[in-house]
Design a protein around this ligand. Sequence first.
Ligand SMILES: [Ca+2]
Ligand SMILES: [Ca+2]
Ligand SMILES: [Ca+2]
Ligand SMILES: [Ca+2]
Length: 270
Amino acid sequence: MRFRMPAAGLSLLWSCVAAGQSLNVDFGGTVAPSDDHAAAGHSGVWNSVPATFLVPDVLFGLNGQPTDIQLTIFPAGPPSITIPDPGTVGDDELLLDDLITNSDGGFLDLIVDLTGLENGPYRAIGYAWTPNTQFATDAQSLVGITNNNEQLFGLFSVGGPWPGAIAEGVTHRSRSLFVVDGTLTFQFVGPCFGECARSNGIQLVRIEPTADIDEDGFVTLADFATFAACVTGPVAENDDAACAAFDLDEDGHIDLADFGAVQNLFGGPA
Ligand SMILES: [Ca+2]
Ligand SMILES: [Ca+2]
Ligand SMILES: [Ca+2]
Ligand SMILES: [Ca+2]
């Protein structure tokens, strides 16, 4: 049996999220995906960044309200490119068939910095798909996402033929992490021995204390299955952002107090 979260609570959550800090950004081209395109994150307004040197002064949250988030891209200068892929259509095409690149900049990578974020847990998504028609289908880009408090975090490969839908490891990489100083950095490295780093877009999902780990709008056994692995006890700090949705009393620990609250959500609306 599934229980839907209270509608009023959900709309309140969404208004908080939007004022807070979930974000959709499409790179390349002039037409962004429609507002109901969730891709690998959440549906809502897509900001359009047509080229590395055309970053808007104001970025909008999922509900269209302005945010304090600032985005900078290095190197800024190379034009965006469009690489039509016969498989992608509609909103997938608007997101993935165009991209920003460092390809005539002579730099090893493409860096996208976000500042002005609320500190807290996020799921960050970086798209770096290589459309099939320009490069070999096994051409891989690399994506790294860091909170800038880490000296080094790994780069993970992205690429392959269009799988028919947006897919982790093929079109993008995602990572749950804590923002600790208001900043996040995406690093994209291309398959052309340094040059031709590219990105199709990025998404940020602010992780809220809803116990809805899989973000499907319901609190079910599927979410609860991961609770035990997330328990820190009342003393240790939760250092796994992917578990932060279980910290219902927002005290930094995931313990029996949260367990009781999760059970109440599981019971559906009062
Ligand atoms: Ca296409
Ligand atoms: Ca794009
Ligand atoms: Ca769920
Ligand atoms: Ca807690």
